[in-house]
Design a binder for this molecule. Structure first.
Ligand SMILES: Nc1ncnc2c1ncn2[C@@H]1O[C@H](COP(=O)(O)OP(=O)(O)OP(=O)(O)O)[C@@H](O)[C@H]1O
Ligand SMILES: [Mg+2]
Length: 285
C-alpha cells in the first residue's frame, strides 16, 4: 500500500483548522482513484480543503470555475485556427485545456460549482471519469495517467438557483459533505485568516454574530466563516465597532426569507453584539 499523507501535516502545512475526518475521507477517495463531489454551503471551506489535500498528494492541480457560458472546447482544449490554417491539424496546433492537461499529468481537475456548468461540459466529463480517456476529433485519444481524478464542488441543492447534476454524473462521484465547524474551530479560523490581528474577544463576538444568522428564522441562508473574518477585520479597523462592521459585512452575505416582512436592519439589530461574559471589542487605550 502506498503511504498516505499524514492528516496533521496537511493541517499544519496548509493552515487547515480541524476537518481531520474530511481530510482522511478525501485522501482515501483519491488514493482509491475515485472522483469526489464535495458538498457544503457557501464559504464552508470546500476549496481550501481540496487544494490542501491535492497539494499534499503532490498531484498537479487544475482549477476551473463553473459558469453557464463555459464551453466544452475550453475544458478539453481546442485547435488554434491560424496554426491549423498554416499547417493543418497537427498535434502542435492543439492547445490543451485543463481536462486534457489533468488527464495527461495524472492531476486533480478541480471543478468549482460543477452544477453551474452547461450540460455539454458536464457530459464531456463522463468518459474521462469512468474510462479515463477522451476522444478529440483530429487529434485522437487522450488517456489518463495514474492519479487523474475529478474533484468537484456544488452547494447543496436547496441553495442552488442554477442546475442540478445529472444522475449519470452523480453515479461517478463519491460524496464528501462539509458542514459548518464548531464555534471553537470557527474562532481559530477567523483568528488565523483575519489580516488586522483582531483581539480574541472581537474574534469571538464576530463568530457568535455570524453563527446567529444561521439560525435566524428570517434568514434563508446565513453567513459563512468568510463573513466572520470580514467582520472581525472591519470591526478592528473601526476601533471595535461591531455594529458598524456588521452593517458593512452582512447585507451582501445574508439571504433573507422575505425582506418586505423583516428587513436587514431588524435582523442586524437582533444579532448578539458580544459573547456571553466577554467584552465587545478592543478596550479603549
Ligand atoms: N477548516 C478551515 N481551516 C482554515 N481555513 C478555513 C477553513 N474553512 C474555511 N477556511 C477559510 O474560510 C474561507 C472560505 O473557505 P473556502 O473558500 O474554501 O470556502 P468554499 O466552501 O470553497 O466557499 P464557496 O462556496 O464560496 O466556494 C477561506 O479563507 C478559507 O481559507
Ligand atoms: Mg470555493
Amino acid at each position: 500500500m502506498p503511504s498516505l499523507p499524514d492528516v496533521r501535516a496537511i493541517q499544519e502545512t496548509c493552515g487547515i483548522v480541524g476537518r481531520a475526518r474530511e481530510i482522511e475521507d478525501l485522501i482515501a477517495c483519491l488514493a482509491a482513484a475515485r472522483h469526489v463531489l464535495v458538498e457544503g454551503p457557501v464559504g464552508v471551506g470546500k476549496t481550501a480543503l481540496v487544494q490542501a489535500v491535492a497539494g499534499s498528494l503532490g498531484r498537479p492541480f487544475l482549477r476551473v470555475d463553473g459558469d453557464g457560458r463555459y464551453s466544452e472546447a475550453r475544458l478539453v482544449g481546442a485547435f488554434d485556427p491560424p496554426t491549423v490554417m498554416a499547417r493543418g491539424y497537427v498535434p502542435e496546433a492543439f492547445q490543451e485545456g485543463p481536462l486534457a492537461r489533468a488527464l495527461e499529468a495524472g492531476g486533480v481537475l478541480f471543478v468549482n460549482e460543477l452544477n453551474r456548468m452547461p450540460e455539454g461540459v458536464q457530459n464531456v466529463l463522463l468518459p474521462a471519469m469512468d474510462e479515463g480517456r477522451i476522444e478529440v476529433p483530429h487529434l485522437g485519444t487522450i488517456r489518463a495517467a495514474p492519479g487523474f481524478a475529478v474533484v468537484a464542488t456544488q452547494n447543496p441543492a436547496e441553495f442552488v438557483a442554477t442546475g442540478h447534476l445529472s444522475e449519470a454524473l452523480l453515479d461517478r462521484f463519491e460524496r464528501v459533505r462539509l458542514d459548518y465547524q464548531d464555534e471553537a474551530e470557527e474562532r481559530a479560523i477567523v483568528a488565523s485568516r483575519a489580516r488586522l490581528g483582531p483581539p480574541p474577544e472581537l474574534v469571538a463576538a464576530a463568530v457568535a454574530m455570524v453563527r446567529a444568522t444561521r439560525s435566524d428564522p428570517h434568514v434563508r441562508r446565513g453567513a459563512s466563516v468568510r463573513a466572520a473574518v470580514a467582520l472581525a477585520d472591519l470591526a478592528t479597523a473601526l476601533g471595535g465597532d461591531l455594529d458598524r462592521a456588521a452593517a458593512l459585512a452582512l447585507p451582501t452575505r445574508l439571504d433573507l426569507l422575505d425582506d418586505r416582512d423583516h428587513g436587514i436592519d431588524e435582523i442586524l439589530g437582533s444579532l448578539p453584539k458580544k459573547v456571553q461574559g466577554g467584552s465587545r471589542g478592543p478596550r479603549s487605550t
